[in-house]
Write a protein that binds this ligand. Structure first.
Ligand code: IMP
Length: 175
């Protein structure tokens, strides 16, 4: 698989990704029954994860999105751009849904903003996490896979805009 003249090889298959999401959804179902739940997807990367996660939920949940960006090519810029947060989150239990946690800077910034709102609680769901790249401590309650520090694309994740539509996740070759 070649994207912008870089070679990518298969890494996580669709079935394994879906299995991990179902496991997370079961835990959410148990924890949030009877509680007002707001699912906050972080765009662009989490659009597929949010769509699949809610298919496996059997409780009512509000869904909204925030847009954040920090990456250029295959590297973080260290600066997080964030659009205004949905005010409907106030008075609810918030689950932030992220595609991947790399430096943790996006989540640190987001958590700072959410703390200013009157939410009942706030936890994080991430499909992928690269623990060796964390620059700030972030407590992630629900993680699909912990992965090494390799650039990955597919299932919502992009390399300079491309690759989000792929159902499997690929990693950069010769990583
Ligand atoms: P953080 O703020 O450094 O934790 O970065 C999180 C964001 O960086 C993710 O939501 C992705 O958009 C992007 N990102 C981090 N690692 C990768 C990767 O391996 N592939 C594609 N995007 C990535």
């Amino acid at each position: 698989m070649i994207i912008h003249s870089k070679k990518f090889v298969p890494y996580l298959l669709e079935a394994d990704i879906q299995q991990a999401i179902q496991t997370i959804a079961q835990q959410i179902n148990q924890t949030y029954t009877g509680k007002p739940l707001y699912i906050l997807g972080v765009l662009n990367g989490a659009f597929r994860l949010v769509a699949d996660l809610v298919r496996y939920l059997d409780l009512p949940a509000e869904v909204g999105f925030v847009r954040a960006s920090s990456y250029q090519g295959t590297d973080t810029t260290g600066e997080v751009q964030l659009m205004p947060l949905p005010t409907e989150m106030a008075g609810k239990h918030v689950l932030i849904v992220e595609d991947i946690i790399d430096t943790g800077l996006t989540l640190e910034r987001l958590l700072g903003e959410i703390q200013k709102m009157q939410v009942l609680s706030c936890e994080i769901v991430a499909l992928l996490s690269k623990p060796s790249k964390l620059r700030v401590p972030v407590q992630v309650k629900y993680i699909g896979f912990e992965i090494p520090d390799h650039f990955v694309v597919g299932y919502g994740l992009d390399y300079d805009g491309l690759g989000r539509e792929m159902n499997d996740i690929y990693q950069i070759a010769n990583a």
